[in-house]
Structure formats: structure tokens, C-alpha cells
Design a protein around this ligand. Structure first.
Ligand code: ATP
Ligand code: MG
Length: 423
């Protein structure tokens, strides 16, 4: 029997993991710079959490969740996204009581959605996301957007487009919702069955429908922008001017509606404009969710956040022809010849590592030539050769692989000498 990874998942092999680690390092650095702290929540939650927050009318809840019953008959779901868990944790641990508000959190970890696999779309993927909870200051919207842009910039991406929109507050959304219902209702029979249920539950989501996107009623639908009340309009103006102040270019797109139920006010996406990127261009999506904490039993705590997948970030780098510099080379490879050389070689290996020198040795009992080839492939900067003669003399041959020179160095001086050479 041959086993394969489940459809929609992938093994990330050592030829790729080092790139993931670089991205994760960038994420940790940028978040630290902005004073966002990491939170780690479980990979599964009560199913109801996602039904309540992501929303019953969304594709995620209707079609994409990995839901199962455990042995105690509880309905659990592998998390399809991170915000619900973070806000659940915020409420559960009463973070609203922390002296420093807003609470600024980030996470990196796998998410699960039952989707049709294609490039940039997997059933298990890794999202990095940020949530700033407890402030309704438009400046924090600009900070969160700026943080996402900074991560992409540090990964070397330049072909990016930021689009933003305002969904308005609850009152604005209500009026817009009524206008949408009157607009679509007379013709709803022409629309897909999903849209027919959306018109009752959440008509805004009709605008996000992938099946009916070509219907002319979509283009003529009432625009959110015309329904923003004064407060919502002024909030949006402020977000834009903070983005201007931060020197972050953006395009307002009145058609941007985010898929999840819990958004209000600011919504944004960052796309790759690189011609090599293919059909899916969205790298990152986010927005404000002022009612979410209350929805799950907490006090009012306005929040804003985003999520991006590492998979799409790496794809965008490839599309732009940007790559990280190569895997760092090995500092030292120890070649040992004969039984008597092996033990001093192994001991030396430990001493090198204790001195922060990245080193390795042969464990296959191979001939000199094969060991030297390994050293070459691993791009070792230095090779230390220990044979029986060397052991007798208390020295080792140290070969500089860059210029080919070789010298004899007493065992006791090896670590210090190599440390100095590497500087
Ligand atoms: P899409 O319209 O592409 O399905 P979405 O609206 O479902 O995106 P969000 O839920 O907002 O996406 O997730 C935020 C980000 O997570 C996306 O912009 C994308 O980078 C990433 N993402 C979402 N789904 C997947 C997936 N199945 N595989 C890889 N990355 C994903
Ligand atoms: Mg999706």
C-alpha cells in the first residue's frame, strides 16, 4: 500500500522549510517592533464559536469546515481562521482588564478549510494574523495595515496593491441592507440557491458571490459608500488620512466586501500585482470587527485585524522573482580517517558547537574522498582532517575551502583558531 499526503495538504521539505523559517523570523521581528505579542490558541474549538462569529451564511461555515464529534459527543471544528479563537481567548482571559489597551496580539499557525485545491489554495495552510482589540481609534487601523505591508516589504515584495473600503457601522449597514433587498428581491429567482438564502440572512454577501458575479444587477447594486452615515464616513476619512500620513498608498474599492459576517467600518485587502502570480491575487485580508467580543459574551471591545497565508506570500515572492539568499553554509566539516581518529573528532565536534560554530562530521564510515565531497556539497567553509598520524601528533589538518590553503594546528588551539578565522 502506498500512502500519500491527504488532498489539499503538502509536506514542506527541508529545501523549503528554511524559507518558511525566514518568513517567520520576519513576522516575529516586525510584530516585536510594533509591540504585538504572540498568542497560541488550540487548533480546534467548539463548532458553535465559528458558527456564531464567522457566520452561518458564509462559505467557510456552510461548506469548508472540518467538523467532527469527539468521543465525549462534543462537536468540534478544526479552526478555519484565527480571529474567532483570539477574541474568544481575549474574552475568556478578561484581557479587556489589562492596563495597556488596546491588546495587540499575533499568531502564526495552520488553518483548515475544505476547499478545492489549486495554486495558492490548500486545505491546510498557515496563516499569520494580527488582532488589535480594545481601541476604536482610526490610527490603529492604519497601524495594522502598515504592519502587514511591512512584512511584505521585508520579504522583498514591491508589486503590491492595497485596497480599502468602509462597510460602515451597524446603522449604515442596516440601511444599505434594506436597499440591497429591494434591489435584488424582484429578480432573486435568477440567482444561485446560495444567493437566494443570503438575501434573507445576509444580502451583503450576494455581492461577494462567485457564481453570479456576471449578473448586471451586481454592477448596479446600491453601493455601501452612499449609505455611510456621518460618523462612519468621518471614521473612514480619518483612516485614509492616517494612511496618507504613514506614506502608505491605497485605492478605495467600493465593491470590496469581506466574506466574514463580523466586519464593520474598515475592510482591506492586499493583492499582488505581479504578472507571474496567476488567478488568485489576494495575499492578505482584514478589517474591523467592533461587535465581535460582545457577540461571544464579552464586553464591548472594538477590534481590527488581518490574516495572510505564508503559502501565498512565498508564491508572490516567486512571481516577483525575489528569493531569500541561499541556505547558510556549514562552518566546519570534520573528516576522520580510521578508528583512532573518530573519538577525538567527535569530541572536537562538541567543542565547536559549544562555541557556536555550525559543524558536522561523517557518520557513514566513508573514504576520505567521499567525506570531502560531502563537505563540498554542504558548502563547509572549513574542513578539519584527522587521521591516525594527526592523532599521534596531537594536531589536525585545517583546510580553508575558499582558497584551498591547508595548515597543521594543535588540538588545543583548534576552536579558538577557527572562531577567529570565521570572524
Ligand atoms: P479567498 O477569496 O482567496 O478564498 P478568503 O476571503 O477566504 O480568500 P480570508 O479568510 O480573508 O480569505 O483569509 C485571509 C488570507 O488567508 C487570504 O488572503 C489568503 O492569503 C489566505 N488564505 C485563505 N484561504 C486560503 C487557502 N485555502 N490556502 C492558502 N491561503 C489561504
Ligand atoms: Mg476562501
Amino acid at each position: 500500500m502506498n500512502f500519500k499526503v491527504p488532498r489539499g495538504t503538502q509536506d514542506i521539505l527541508p529545501t523549503e522549510t528554511w524559507k518558511w523559517q525566514k518568513v517567520e523570523r520576519i513576522i516575529n521581528e516586525v510584530c516585536d517592533l510594533y509591540r504585538y505579542q504572540e498568542i497560541r490558541t488550540p487548533m480546534f474549538e467548539q463548532t458553535e464559536l465559528f458558527q456564531r462569529t464567522v457566520g452561518d451564511t458564509t462559505d467557510i461555515v456552510q461548506k469548508e469546515m472540518y467538523t467532527f464529534t469527539d468521543r465525549g459527543n462534543r462537536s468540534l471544528t478544526l479552526r478555519p481562521e484565527g480571529t474567532a479563537s483570539v477574541v474568544r481567548s481575549f474574552v475568556e482571559h478578561k484581557m479587556f482588564g489589562y492596563p495597556d489597551q488596546p491588546v495587540k496580539l499575533y499568531y502564526t499557525g495552520p488553518m483548515f478549510r475544505y476547499e478545492r485545491q489549486q495554486a495558492g489554495r490548500y486545505r491546510q495552510f498557515v496563516q499569520f494574523g494580527v488582532e488589535a482589540i480594545g481601541s476604536a481609534d482610526p490610527a490603529i487601523d492604519a497601524e495594522v495595515i502598515g504592519l502587514a505591508m511591512d512584512v511584505y516589504k521585508r520579504a522583498g515584495l514591491t508589486e503590491l496593491k492595497l485596497i480599502i473600503n468602509s462597510l460602515g457601522d451597524t446603522d449604515s449597514r442596516k440601511e444599505h441592507r434594506e436597499a440591497l433587498v429591494s434591489h435584488f428581491n424582484p429578480h432573486i429567482a435568477e440567482f444561485c440557491s446560495d444567493c437566494q438564502s443570503r438575501i434573507e440572512k445576509n444580502p451583503l454577501r450576494i455581492l461577494d458571490c462567485k457564481v453570479d458575479s456576471g449578473n448586471p444587477l451586481m454592477a448596479s447594486a446600491p453601493s455601501l459608500a452612499d449609505y455611510l452615515n456621518e460618523e462612519s464616513a468621518s471614521y473612514f476619512e480619518n483612516v485614509k488620512s492616517y494612511l496618507d500620513d504613514a506614506g502608505i498608498p491605497y485605492v478605495v474599492d467600493a465593491n470590496l466586501v469581506r466574506g466574514l459576517d463580523y466586519y464593520n467600518h474598515t475592510a482591506f485587502e492586499i493583492m499582488s500585482t505581479s504578472s507571474g502570480f496567476g488567478a488568485i491575487t489576494t495575499l492578505c485580508g482584514g478589517g474591523r470587527y467592533n461587535g465581535l467580543a460582545e457577540e461571544i459574551g464579552g464586553p464591548p471591545a472594538p477590534g481590527i485585524g488581518f490574516a495572510m497565508s505564508i503559502e501565498r506570500l512565498l508564491l508572490a515572492m516567486e512571481a516577483e522573482g525575489k528569493s531569500f539568499t541561499d541556505e547558510p553554509a556549514l562552518d566546519v566539516y570534520i573528516v576522520t580517517l580510521g578508528d583512532s581518529a573518530r573519538r577525538p573528532g567527535f569530541k572536537l565536534l562538541g567543542e565547536l558547537r559549544a562555541a557556536d560554530i555550525r559543524s558536522d562530521m561523517d557518520y557513514m564510515d566513508r573514504k576520505m574522498k567521499a567525506q570531502m565531497k560531502s563537505a563540498d556539497r554542504l558548502e563547509a567553509k572549513t574542513v578539519i582532517i584527522i587521521g591516525e598520524d594527526e592523532v599521534a601528533e596531537g594536531v589536525a589538518q585545517v583546510k580553508n575551502m575558499v582558497d584551498g590553503t591547508q595548515e597543521k594546528i594543535p588540538f588545543a588551539e583548534l576552536v579558538v583558531t577557527i572562531k577567529n578565522k570565521l570572524k
